[in-house]
Design a protein around this ligand. Structure first.
Ligand code: 5AD
Ligand code: FES
Length: 346
C-alpha cells in the first residue's frame, strides 16, 4: 500500500485498478502513512491556515427527487421555507462582521427564484461586499443562466457530481436526473470562468470501490478548484432511511488521496463528517482538508434544511459556530483566516 501512496504523491494519479487496490486494502497504518503526507503537503502549501465559508441555505424547496436527500420533492414531512433578499443580505452582514469573506448561497432547485430574482440578489451582494467571493450552489441550470449569474457577480459554483458512474447515479436519482447532465453543467461552469467545486458522498447505497475509483478519476479529469466529500447519512423520511451511514475511516482516507492528487484544491471538512463523529471535522483537517463551511442561515430555518438526520449546528447562531470552530482548530494547531481564499495554483 505504501508504494501506491508514494506513487500517487509523485505522479498525482493512479490507474483505476491501483485506486481499487488501495481503497480495498488499506489498514490503519496505511491511513496514518497517507495522512502524514497529505497533511504535510497541505501545511506546506497553505500554512496552518484554514479558510472559512459562510453557508446561507436560502430555500429548501426543491423540484428534484434525489433518493438520499431530506429535502427531496416527495418528502411531504419537510417544512418548506424561502429567505427573502433582505434575509439573505442580513446573513451576509452578520457574516462579514464575523470575518467571513465568502458567502455560499445554497438551496434546492427552486423555480420560485427566477433568474431575475437571483440576479438581483447576487448583484446586491456584489455591490455591498466588493471584497467578498460569492459562491452559488443552486443545482443544474443552462449555460446562459450560469453566465447570467457570473456576470451579476458570482465567482464560484458548487455542484457535486454525486457519483461518476452513470448506473450508480441512476440508483440514487429518478430517471429525469442524469449523470451526464450533471457532468455537462460542471464543464459549462468551468468554461464560463467560475471556480468550480464538485464532489461525492462516501458510502451511498449501492456504491462499490470501483465507483469510488471512478469518482477519483473523474475529479482528476475535471480538475475542479474545490472538492467536497462527506459520508452518506440516512434521512428518516427517504427511501434510503434504512441504509447505514458511510464510514469515517474511508471518507478520511479519500480526503487524503484527494489532497495528494490535487495539491492546490480547496477541500472542506464537511458538516456531514462532523455529524458522524464528534471530531469529524478536525480529523478531516488532519487528513488534508483546508476549508470549513459553517452555517450563516438564520436559526429559525436551520432544522428545516436537513438533508440527513442529526445534522450538527442546527441550534447554534452563526457567531457560536464561528467561535466553536476557532476553538476546535486551535486545539489541533490551526487557525481560521479572514480571507476570500481564492484558488491559487501552487
Ligand atoms: N447524506 C449525506 N450527504 C447528503 N447530501 C444530500 N443528501 C445527503 C445525505 N443524506 C449531499 C449531496 C449534495 C450536498 C448538498 O449534500 O452530496 O450535493
Ligand atoms: Fe456549530 Fe460547533 S461549529 S456549534
Amino acid at each position: 500500500m505504501r508504494e501506491l501512496i508514494d506513487k500517487l504523491h509523485r505522479e498525482k494519479v493512479l490507474s483505476k485498478a491501483e485506486f481499487v487496490e488501495l481503497l480495498k486494502g488499506f489498514n490503519k497504518d496505511d491511513a496514518q502513512y497517507l495522512f502524514s503526507q497529505s497533511r504535510a503537503l497541505a501545511d506546506e502549501l497553505f500554512g496552518k491556515k484554514i479558510y472559512i465559508r459562510g453557508l446561507i441555505e436560502f430555500t429548501n424547496f426543491c423540484k428534484n427527487d434525489c433518493f438520499y436527500c431530506g429535502i427531496r420533492r416527495s418528502n411531504h414531512q419537510a417544512e418548506r421555507y424561502r429567505l427573502s433578499k433582505e434575509d439573505i443580505l442580513s446573513c451576509c452582514e452578520q457574516g462579514y462582521a464575523l470575518g467571513f469573506r465568502t458567502f455560499v448561497l445554497q438551496g434546492g432547485e427552486d423555480p420560485w427564484y427566477t433568474d431575475e430574482k437571483l440576479i438581483d440578489i447576487i448583484s446586491s451582494i456584489r455591490r455591498a461586499y466588493p471584497d467578498c467571493a460569492i459562491t452559488l450552489s443552486l443545482g443544474e441550470k443552462t449555460y446562459e443562466q450560469y453566465r447570467g449569474y457570473y456576470k451579476a457577480g458570482a465567482n464560484r459554483y458548487l455542484l457535486r457530481h454525486e457519483t461518476a458512474n452513470a448506473e450508480h447515479y441512476a440508483k440514487l436519482h429518478p430517471p429525469a436526473q442524469r449523470a451526464e447532465d450533471r457532468q455537462r453543467c460542471l464543464y459549462h461552469l468551468k468554461e464560463i470562468g467560475y471556480q468550480v467545486g464538485t464532489g461525492f458522498m462516501v458510502g451511498s447505497p449501492g456504491q462499490t470501490t470501483e465507483h469510488l475509483a471512478e469518482d477519483l478519476l473523474f475529479i482528476k479529469k475535471l480538475k475542479p478548484h474545490m472538492i467536497g466529500i462527506g459520508p452518506f447519512i440516512p434521512h428518516k423520511d427517504t427511501a434510503f432511511a434504512k441504509f447505514p451511514a458511510g464510514s469515517l475511516d474511508l471518507t478520511l482516507f479519500l480526503l487524503g488521496l484527494l489532497r495528494l492528487m490535487l495539491p492546490s484544491a480547496l477541500i472542506p471538512a464537511t458538516t456531514a463528517l462532523g455529524t458522524i463523529h464528534p471530531e469529524g471535522r478536525e480529523l478531516g483537517i488532519l487528513a488534508g482538508a483546508n476549508v470549513v463551511m459553517p452555517n450563516l442561515s438564520p436559526v429559525w430555518v436551520r432544522k428545516k434544511y436537513e438533508l440527513y438526520d442529526h445534522k450538527i449546528c442546527t441550534g447554534e447562531e452563526a457567531a457560536e459556530c464561528r467561535h466553536c470552530l476557532q476553538g476546535r482548530l486551535q486545539k489541533i494547531g490551526y487557525e481560521l483566516v479572514v480571507s476570500k481564499g481564492d484558488y491559487v495554483e501552487r
